[in-house]
Design a protein around this ligand. Structure first.
Ligand code: FEO
Ligand code: CA
Ligand code: CA
Ligand code: CA
Length: 637
């Protein structure tokens, strides 16, 4: 969608190394270097950013790569990029078959459910041993191109094609290790697992069991089949990952007469996939509550293959891009999350309770099993004076009352957008990823673009979204007042993206260094370099205002000086996304999503190689790439 079987082999619950922090590490901020590198800002916001944190060496030490239109991955001199795994490779679930990739896409739905899904997006590496040379790689599979997925394309849709499409969504958990010749999958692995659009998921938090979540198939409203449209991914200090259910709405058929709630959430009359034709729960006329069971942040404990994914309703329902965690000085979790849709919102959740350490044979993940079910959700308002405020989404406060259509906190959380509309929160230019500076606690958020800004009947520019017809996007930065739970903050722009040679002022940007458009993925590496990944759509790439920017790319930013330097360029019509670093900073994992994507879905199987043959000369395949330095050094230094 353009913006667009689980196994249970583990008999014990191992811990993910360095993600199982002791009380001292978590609650007093006395962090080991490795832990700090992994978990980022655990100790509140205080310090000032430094451009040269170690020995005066510049933060960015590599040679910039030029914009590229080649059908390949390019990295700077002295670096090497290699494909680790791709759509359709078996994940290696212990005790199950390992159906190999088939170039004609003839894998069955059951086989696809044992293989990596399609269109990799957010990803996290979680080390399993102290040296970080073995770990779990957890990957989201955001959407499917049905023309690539089936030998004969999507038409005519069948029950088997719907099942395969659903099996190509969700998450993959794979075990990987660094051997002498590079990173390799460990197959079979007792950790390896697929989560699909049919995997049973639990529901936690105030909306669990709510009447708006109950369906004929699940009268208790506590057991949802599947997660899908999983976009970005964050990890928690207690060893779990958080996956955002983003463009869930487009799989539902709301029919010709959607109600106000369905309209506000953009459910189409007919879904962009035809799941509803063969899986009745996606018929939103017959089953209007089914859509309320998606759009959540899903928490998964990858170290326990028997644990169900849990939808954390206290974090609100949205077209969630993903979720990223910080800790207050007293050890409460603060979860930031954006909603990637035009004129939607930016959220922050503050947990009621403190993060608990692993104890008495329970892993940290198990000790914090309900941490994200209790707390306060806020939405951001960016004011004109560089100040901002977090507005609480609490039933009974302000306009969030029964008289305004919110019976209880569960309804506030299911109808988060409607609640934010009433609160007067800032309607943003598609907030995508967030990243939290590991030393300073400053928070960054990419707003990818919004070409509707300023159009007739749409909101005009505002301080945080200053450009009409915003084709290029911007990155916001802010510091919370006091600690991460502060209800006010000071904000500014890190940059406005865009080619400085553009004639239209609103598309020029102010990037210092290498220009780019449409920031999307963000992450900090262990040294505090902000990595920015781009998602220019296939419909605009290499044309008009994007003519000089080449294919999508990944850049490094020194947030102290503002300098941006291009590090990697991707194959034709891909998106670059999902960056995650090994804790030593010497391996970067990156996802190449939808190489060869045409403007519009690939629906004609004859079109599959019109733009790309990446990675292996045949059918284009989303894939995970490993980037290392030839001398084994720290990436980017
Ligand atoms: Fe799935 Fe907003 O990117
Ligand atoms: Ca994407
Ligand atoms: Ca994205
Ligand atoms: Ca995007």
């Amino acid at each position: 969608m353009r913006h667009s079987l689980e196994n249970s082999n583990a008999s014990s619950n191992p811990t993910i190394h360095e993600l199982n922090p002791s009380r001292r590490e978590l609650l007093q901020g006395g962090l080991g270097t490795a832990l700090a590198a992994l978990l980022g800002p655990l100790a509140g916001c205080a310090a000032t950013p430094t451009a040269t944190p170690s020995g005066g060496a510049p933060l960015l030490g590599f040679s910039s790569v030029p914009p590229s239109e080649a059908d390949t991955v390019t990295v700077p001199p002295g670096y090497r990029a290699q494909v680790l795994t791709a759509w359709g490779e078996p994940v290696g679930i212990a005790g199950m078959a390992m159906p190999p990739w088939r170039e004609d896409a003839s894998a069955s739905a059951a086989e696809q459910a044992l293989q990596f899904g399609m269109h990799h997006d957010g990803m996290q590496f979680l080390p399993l041993q102290p040296d970080g040379r073995r770990g779990l790689l957890v990957t989201n599979h955001e959407y499917t191109d049905e023309g690539l997925l089936h030998p004969d394309g999507p038409e005519p849709w069948t029950a088997e094609k719907v099942a395969k499409s659903q099996a190509a969504h969700g998450l993959s958990v794979a075990e990987i290790e660094l051997r002498g010749d590079g990173w390799r999958l460990v197959r079979p692995s007792r950790f390896a697992r697929r989560i699909t659009a049919r995997t049973p998921c639990a529901v936690g938090g105030p909306a669990a069991g709510h009447s708006l979540l109950r369906t004929a198939a699940d009268p208790q409203g506590r057991r949802v089949l599947g997660t899908f449209a999983n976009c970005a991914m964050g990890r928690t200090p207690w060893g779990t990952v958080l996956s955002g259910e983003e463009n869930f709405a487009f799989h539902f058929d709301a029919g010709p007469n959607p109600d106000a709630h369905q309209k506000r959430w953009g459910l189409p009359a007919q879904g962009f996939t035809r799941w509803a034709a063969h899986d009745e729960r996606f018929d939103a006329v017959k089953h209007p509550n089914e859509a309320n069971r998606f759009g959540w942040i899903v928490e998964l404990d990858p170290a326990d293959p028997t644990s169900p994914p849990v939808k954390r309703t206290a974090l609100g329902r949205a077209a969630h891009e993903g979720a990223w965690v910080a800790l207050t000085r007293d050890g409460r979790a603060v979860v930031y999350s954006g909603e990637d849709a035009r004129f939607e919102y930016l959220y922050k959740f503050v947990s009621r309770d403190r993060v608990q350490p692993a104890r008495d044979g329970r892993s940290a993940a198990q000790a914090n099993r309900e941490l994200l079910d209790h707390g306060t959700l806020y939405v951001a308002r960016f004011d004109a004076d560089g100040r901002g405020r977090w507005l609480p989404l609490v039933h009974g406060q302000g306009p969030l009352t029964a008289a305004n259509g919110f019976a209880d906190q569960g309804e506030v959380l299911v109808k988060t957008r409607q609640a934010c509309d009433l609160l007067g929160a800032t309607k943003l230019d598609r907030p995508e990823w967030l990243a939290i500076h590991p030393a300073t606690g400053e928070v960054f958020c990419s707003l990818t673009n919004n070409t509707e800004r300023g159009k007739a009947g749409k909101p005009g520019p505002d301080p945080a979204n200053p450009r009409v017809n915003n084709a290029m996007g911007q990155v916001l930065r802010w510091r919370e007042d006091g600690d991460f739970d502060g209800e006010t903050f000071a904000w500014r722009h890190l940059l406005l993206a865009g080619d400085p040679a553009n004639a239209r002022a609103e598309a020029r940007g102010n990037v210092q260094g290498d220009a780019f458009g449409c920031p999307d993925g963000l992450c900090f590496d262990p040294r505090g370099v902000l990595w920015i990944q781009t998602d220019m759509s296939a419909g605009v790439m290499r044309q008009g205002e994007f003519a000089r920017l080449g294919n999508n790319q990944m850049l490094a930013c020194d947030v102290g000086t503002g300098e941006v330097r291009r590090f990697l360029t991707g194959p034709v019509n891909c998106e670059i996304t999902g960056a995650t670093f090994a804790p030593d900073g010497r391996t970067l994992f990156v996802n190449i999503q939808h190489p060869g994507e045409p403007p519009g879905d690939i629906s004609d199987p004859a079109d599959i190689n019109r733009f790309s043959r990446w990675p292996f000369g045949g059918r284009p395949r989303s894939a995970t790439v490993v980037v290392r330095r030839e001398d084994g050094g720290v990436i980017g230094s």
